[in-house]
Design a protein around this ligand. Sequence first.
Ligand SMILES: [Zn+2]
Length: 270
Amino acid sequence: MQYAMVDGSRVEAFPSGKGTCPICEAPAVAKCGERVMHHWAHARDRLCDPWWENETPWHRDWKAHFPADCREVAHVAGDDEVHRADVKTPTGIIVEIQNSPISDTERKSREAFYGNMIWIVNGARFKERFHILHALPDPESELAKDIVWFRARHNQARGLFWRRSLNPDQVPGAGGMVLIHGIDRIDAEVVALSRGHFQYDWVRAHAGWLESGCPVYLDFGDDWLWRLERYGDYGLPCVYAVGRRKLVYDLMIERRSEDLATRFYPLQPG
Ligand SMILES: [Zn+2]
């Protein structure tokens, strides 16, 4: 934990610090060794929040994007169940910052408990298996509405598609003969119409994240986060690029998790 209660205030760990857990009120002691990230721990082995994950510098870096009173916020729902959310924004969106894989059962429980939430998933451990492939045109464009893409694979040379206008009797996913084209014929057009959607190939994907009912953002450690999405009326898996700063900015003003990074705000002058 980053915070414990000391004399009625939420404070960060300090050497020899003693306080209480904000959730279960059991005694907490500060851990301020030279080699460990400073944190609080329960004085006696106690698991007051079974969803709590050991904190890493990656967690702390994410929390640091938000005001201190938005971090580690107790959330009560249902039958007086209490959990400690990693971040709860001033507008009420819960951000769960997830470093290690979790079971589908736990993922679903947390989504049901928090409702208005997003996941930020550390992609470091599967970065080498996650291939971001060719761009896709803006799903609202005429081109996108005419084209049906085949699922791209990382060991395949180029994106493949067929046109509804040239195959008027075909339905996506139904099989049958279609005239197939390669993306190189329309590369410039696709790039010009791109708004941040890409095909991807996730080798040995963590299926749970693909089935999540809440927005999932993958963090591979650079300036862009990748939101898992579906594209077109045929549900092609795709990722959508969202700037790290854009996501943090939107989290402070948007009220619903599904509205994050869907609107453009001009930067305020000055
Ligand atoms: Zn506790």
